[in-house]
Design a protein around this ligand. Structure first.
Ligand code: UDP
Length: 315
């Protein structure tokens, strides 16, 4: 039996990861979540499975249990959520990371850290390769997340250098799909929900900023490949879909697909909002033989179906 701990296991990415991992009968999956942003609905279908266990617990509290692998996904990830309690966001990134690295070191487990494209800040290099050091404001409203994640990366490498801890680092670019909290405030969930309800689509700034959107199933495949890659490949490795879109293009696609009557409402651009973002995924292709296969077109169809059902069920 392969005992796997997934912190933040009831969140958007964590729950999709747990769902994929339990399919392998040799895996025993422990999902840890404090439900700050995680949702029980995301993992309801897993509760009761022979190889799934849920623990309600905060990652900032030390944890001792023999495990073989740790996926450290615990941290609020949407800007409104992580900015609501910024000091807690930093604490989760720092203390949570230390606790999980201590656990991995004690049991010689592999630990995979969910890092982020936010470590590049508002990038001056485009597309972003892993050896770019980033352009991050240390004092802004996004800093708790960006600097927290940067510090977590540092901890990973220092544990590896000092104690030989078996670390793995991925940098996740914008991802979307089922289980993303409808109240999360992310662009894909906001636009789809607004379009389905014929409410105004909230475009921040002039909508010319870009993001590259990866469908969640593609990302989960990349994450599992990274965990199972040889120990000598530590990363960091970018995981994301290199197809880049402006927010206006995304809004138009969502309106067309939902046949919505929504109009655009232009709102102020949030502070430190990156202007352009696209991953260079050469490293993932070379080391993991991984590349996203789901287009934004197809991924949006699947995600619109998910949110339509949520709205239907709520009525
Ligand atoms: N955004 C937008 N309208 C929304 C929510 C977000 O135009 O209702 C923009 C936001 O300003 C950013 C992009 O969409 O430029 C992606 O935002 P999100 O919060 O999804 O992710 P992140 O900023 O972390 O990349």
């Amino acid at each position: 039996m392969n005992t796997i701990l997934v912190t933040g296991g009831a969140g958007f990415l964590g729950s999709n990861l747990c769902s994929a991992l339990v399919k392998n009968a040799d895996n025993y999956v422990i999902c840890m979540d404090n439900f700050y942003t995680g949702r029980i609905a995301n993992i309801q279908h897993l509760i009761g499975l022979r190889n799934f266990e849920l623990i309600e617990r905060d990652v900032t509290i030390p944890y001792d249990r023999k495990v073989d692998q740790i996926y450290n996904a615990a941290c609020p990830a949407s800007p409104p959520a992580y900015q609501k309690r910024p000091t807690y966001t930093t604490k989760t990134n720092f203390l949570g990371m230390m606790n999980m690295l201590d656990l991995a070191t004690k049991y010689n487990a592999k630990i995979l850290q969910f890092s982020t494209s936010e470590v590049y800040g508002n990038p001056l290099v485009h597309p972003q390769t892993e050896d770019y050091w980033g352009n991050v404001n240390p004092d802004g409203i996004r800093s708790c997340y960006d600097e927290g994640k940067r510090c977590a990366e540092t901890l990973c490498f220092d544990y590896h250098r000092e104690f030989g801890t078996r670390i793995k680092l991925i940098r996740i670019f914008n991802t979307y799909g089922p289980n993303m909290d409808p109240k999360d405030g992310r662009v894909v969930s906001n636009f789809i929900l607004q379009a389905l309800k014929n409410e105004a689509i909230t475009i921040y700034g002039d909508g010319s900023q870009t993001r590259s959107f990866c469908y969640v199933d593609d990302l989960i495949d990349g994450i599992i490949r990274m965990m199972n890659s040889e120990d000598s490949f530590l990363g960091p490795v970018n995981l994301g879909n290199p197809a880049e879109f402006t927010m206006l293009e995304l809004a138009q696609m969502v309106i067309d697909k939902t046949k919505s009557q929504s109009s655009f409402a232009f709102c102020p651009l949030p502070e430190d909002d990156p202007i352009q973002r696209r991953p260079d995924i050469s490293r993932a292709i070379e080391h993991l033989n991984w590349m996203p296969t789901c287009s934004l077109d197809l991924g949006l169809d699947r995600t619109i179906e998910y949110y339509s059902k949520l709205i239907e069920d709520a009525e």
